[in-house]
Design a protein around this ligand. Structure first.
Ligand code: PMV
Length: 286
């Protein structure tokens, strides 16, 4: 029997713009998914298409037990975390000698298959390696870790990443003169943010700007606006939606002392708050 866990992720900057080759910054976060895999002769039927494909692609069979602290379908990368943890546990239980890179690659194949081609390799990469990740020219690189105090606010409004990405694509096709400058501005904010990791006030301001630019792309939602405003009033340096938008989650960058106040403000605005920080480990044996 082998148990492995893997973290979730948030986008700090640059979501949607990364689809057009612009840079983005993602971070692995603490709520984890843990998966136990056991070699058995006659495994019972598996209900998750992600787990089913993990077994199919590795050519083994077994039983699985999942324990998740990450809400699903909220843009926090829970399907990637389940996939990465499952593959890591399979690798361990069946001595497959897969390296981290193989796990990230196979996990991306699984996500692509289940999500019919529209998966992003960022989620599986971040969940496998952990830490702070720069996405640039469609490649991913690990940056030195930063101890940002982040409060996540889940609107509990469901959204479909594929539809939102498609919507932005359509807006860009029909209005390149309007949309391209917005994508360029998101790129500028992302690049400037990397020069200000030690200046949290400026970083917070950039998050606010990034949020407005995402709203200009048309992926805002009243519930996101409500939670973002609540977090700012609660004392955050800045706040923005994270991931595809249209519902899902927002993040607030906070002074250490205001984390609970920001979380309470998010809850008072009908959001579900998670106080978190960076996870530097990625997939790990439990
Ligand atoms: O909602 P999420 O966490 O799956 O993030 C989507 C991020 C996008 O930039 C909108 C799409 C992508 O593939 O990077």
């Amino acid at each position: 029997m082998a148990t492995w866990s893997a973290p979730g992720k948030v986008f700090l900057f640059g979501e949607h713009a990364v689809v057009y080759g612009k840079p983005g910054i993602a971070m692995a976060i603490k709520p984890r998914v843990s998966v136990t895999v056991r070699k058995v002769r006659n495994p019972s039927k598996i209900n998750s298409p992600y787990i089913e494909n993990c077994f199919e692609l590795t050519g083994v069979t077994g039983s699985v037990y999942i324990h998740s602290q990450l809400p699903s379908s909220s843009g926090l990368g829970s399907s990637a975390a389940v996939t990465v943890a499952t593959l890591s546990a399979i690798n361990d239980e069946f001595n497959l000698s897969l390296e981290k890179k193989d796990i990230a690659d196979i996990a991306y194949q699984v996500e692509k298959k289940v999500q019919r081609g529209r998966a992003s390799p960022t989620d599986t990469f971040v969940s496998t390696y952990g830490g702070l990740i720069l996405i640039k020219d469609n490649k991913r690189r690990i940056l030195p870790p930063e101890n940002f105090n982040i409060v996540i606010g889940n609107t509990l409004v469901s959204h479909k990443t594929s539809e939102l990405v498609e919507m932005v694509g359509e807006f860009r096709r029909t209005n390149p003169l309007v949309v391209d400058p917005i994508l360029n501005a998101i790129e500028a904010v992302t690049i400037r943010s990397m020069h200000n990791f030690n200046n949290l006030k400026v970083l917070g301001r950039y998050m606010d700007v990034n949020h407005s630019l995402l709203e200009a792309l048309g992926v805002g939602h009243p519930a996101l606006t409500r939670l973002v405003n609540a977090a700012r009033s609660g004392g955050a340096y800045g706040a923005k939606m994270t991931g595809a938008g249209g519902g899902g989650c927002m993040i607030a960058l906070c002074p250490k002392r205001s984390k609970s106040r920001v979380a309470a403000a998010i809850e008072a605005a009908d959001g579900k708050a998670i106080i978190t920080t960076i996870d530097t480990e990625g997939a790990r044996r439990e």
